[in-house]
Design a protein around this ligand. Sequence first.
Ligand code: NAD
Length: 293
Amino acid sequence: MARIAFIGLGNMGGPMAANLVKSGHEVLGFDLAASVLKAAEESGVKPASHVSQAVKDAEIVISMLPQGRHVLTAWTDILQSAAQGTLVIDCSTIDVESSRKAHEMAKAASCLSLDAPVSGGTGGASAGTLTFMAGGADEAFAKAKPILEAMGKKIVHCGEAGAGQAAKICNNMILGISMVGVCEAFVLAEKLGLSHQALFDVASTSSGQCWSINTYCPVPGPVPTSPANNSYKPGFAAALMLKDLRLSQEAALASGASTPLGAEAAQLFALFEKQGNGGRDFSAIIEMFREKT
Ligand code: NAD
């Protein structure tokens, strides 16, 4: 069993660290928010008063933080205290550029590094069923895999440094675009007098099928477990979808990729958030299209 430092114990990091404890690992945690650290202590995480206290003597360090700038700040502190050869894993969703910079910082400190963002949300974090998309050297991935398996059910090595972040934002750009498309189709069906169930029965079994309709249908009824049946309680909050779409657009700009539908989806979710919907499930954006028509 490993000695693991966990930095950032919020909505995702808290339950992920708890699952590491359940698997028998010794977990030392640090978070800037005292209330969050206290909640983690109740699940068996040993609280540290500073990053360096958590990281000292740890074989593996995991960060789960809001954005790239938080990760770069935390990794600066982590790498000052980590012994050479320590594996540092970032599970946050951040921009590819910051992720690659963090890898370079780790290399300069003679540490192993992996970017390993997740999908599966807070439900997957609690249940230990997250999907990890990893980027980094083979040696880092091999060492990380058994640790990540305590928190997730699918662990994919996507390539070199930053490849996990790239996979995450490409996937979520598809999701943002496909949800907008599915919502538009249901609003059009309503105008044409076609029932939700009839559109679902056809599209979910023919060429319109996708996760946004088959698993996460944005209208109540056809898929009883989708947030539409629960007043659009997230699920996956619209603010997080907007964050990921913005990351995809930053990456598109930096790499010269043409992503016009990704750009449009980012604008639509920005408008939806501006209307006060950031905390609702992202599939609630269907209501905005109803208002527009
Ligand atoms: P959160 O805001 O609940 O938690 C982040 C925690 O980091 C906070 O408790 C904050 O106090 C702490 N923090 C910030 N800077 C720190 C520092 N320098 N040192 C120590 N602690 C610090 O966010 P979350 O929902 O847990 O999301 C974390 C990451 O996971 C984000 O990058 C997010 O995009 C990604 N993600 C979230 C979800 C989700 O459903 N919530 C799903 C997939 C991916």
